[in-house]
Design a protein around this ligand. Structure first.
Ligand code: PMP
Length: 408
């Protein structure tokens, strides 16, 4: 008997919406020896600060009362010293705040999931870009949202048109979500005008705006643009008046495995999210937070430089290989940072079909783009990640993929 016959009738509607991610299923198929993978958007473990982590573990566990301080339950808001470091980091990004504006989460993924729970009732509408971060669509799925599409680089939708569409779906517009810097999956960075437009739309709709800053520190070229929260804090007069909710993470700079991220927002929002955190998992690991705090204090800036230099070289190699090998009719984004290049194929090529052939025939993997669209379009798009493969694998894999595409 299938799950549809046995268990599915017993599931709550919120769980039925949580489908197995196409990407996670694909990753199983492509995790074969010898496959050059441009698929998983994961940090390069060769860049993890292994010695510093080991020393931090040993030193911290040797402290008096280490058991009570680091292996005990701890406060739901998170380690005050880590939150103090983060408040300083946010201030340097143009968001003066204090520790009551910071909640530590198990990765920024947990922050996204909590925000779906806090803000969305079934049939309410969340505004997202197309394409958008698949993990955000999964994080919000349990809250049973509808989606409508943001077009911040253009100006063609009014607040009223979003409101009307949400009412037709049976709810209200509840928030907008964006990855403004080096987005997953598109690699695109929102222009300053687009940032202002997103803020303007959020103000007209009187909704919160979620800024997912997972890749913000991974800039390879050009100058930083002000973040959405920094712009709003300047315009509104302070973090406690801001409608922007910022999700940050140590995953892309240090390592994802300790699962430490944060939300920075008005203290009212942080207090509400803390209640959700308590209900969900009581607290994030005190030991993991202490390690991250120590690393942040010791070597954050150095680590940012190291990761940027490595990914910049890989981005350059991938762009050079695309230019050298891809046939006419294929276009791609030229990201100024992050981990991803977004490729658009001629419209007759289906990227999911291409993936099957690419793995079987030339041993190359990527992620077909369709999963990143809330409304399921984008069948001729794909995401390439350059963070994990070596530069030689990048040259080799792109040349093979290009030959396959040219023969389609
Ligand atoms: N946001 C974006 C845009 C991401 O790409 C990721 C990681 N794939 C996350 C959030 C979540 O990362 P973490 O939970 O490790 O902070």
């Amino acid at each position: 008997m299938t799950e549809a016959q046995t268990w599915q009738p017993r599931y709550a509607s919120r769980s039925v919406r949580m489908e197995a991610s196409e990407i996670r299923e694909l990753l199983k198929v492509i995790a074969q020896p010898g496959v050059i993978s441009f698929a998983g958007g994961i940090p390069d473990p060769a860049l993890f600060p292994m010695e510093e982590v080991e020393t931090a573990f040993v030193d911290l566990l040797a402290l008096p009362n280490a058991g009570a301080r680091l292996l005990q339950y701890s406060v739901s808001e998170g380690d005050p010293d880590l939150r103090r470091w983060i408040a300083g980091y946010m201030a340097a990004k143009g968001v003066p705040c204090d520790i009551d504006n910071i909640l530590i989460t198990n990765g920024s993924q947990q922050g996204l999931e909590f925000l779906g729970r806090l803000l969305i009732s079934p049939r309410d509408t969340a505004l997202v870009l197309a394409p958008t971060y698949l993990g955000a669509l999964q994080a919000f799925a349990g809250a049973e949202p509808c989606y409508d599409i943001l077009t911040p680089e253009q100006t063609n939708r009014t607040a009223a048109s979003y409101r009307d569409a949400a009412a037709r779906s049976g709810g209200d517009v509840k928030f907008a979500y964006s990855v403004p810097d080096f987005a997953n999956p598109s690699g695109e960075t929102l222009s300053l005008a687009a940032r202002e437009r997103l803020l303007e739309l959020s103000r007209s709709l009187d909704i919160p705006l979620i800024e997912d800053a997972a890749y913000t520190d991974l800039r390879f070229d050009g100058d930083d643009l002000p973040g959405l929260q920094a712009l709003d804090v300047a315009a509104s007069g302070g973090i406690d008046r801001s409608r922007v909710i910022y999700c940050g993470t140590f995953s892309k700079i240090f390592m994802p495995g300790l699962r430490v991220g944060w939300v920075c927002a008005s203290r009212q929002i942080v207090a509400r999210l803390t209640l959700i955190k308590q209900a969900s998992d009581l607290n994030s690991s005190a030991l993991n937070q202490a390690i991250i705090r120590r690393l942040a204090e010791q070597c954050f800036d150095e680590q940012v430089q190291k990761v940027r230099a490595s990914y910049r070289a890989k981005r350059d190699r991938m762009l050079a290989a695309l230019r050298a090998h891809m046939p006419g009719g294929v276009s791609w984004s030229e990201p100024k940072g992050g981990m991803f290049i977004w490729v658009t194929l001629p419209s007759h090529i289906d990227a999911a079909d291409l993936l099957q052939r690419a793995v079987a025939e030339v041993g190359v993997a990527f992620v077909p783009g369709r999963a990143f669209f809330a409304a399921g379009e984008g069948s001729n798009t794909l995401r390439l990640s350059f963070s994990l493969p070596s530069v030689d694998e990048i040259d080799d894999g792109i040349a093979k993929l290009a030959r396959l595409i040219a023969a389609e």
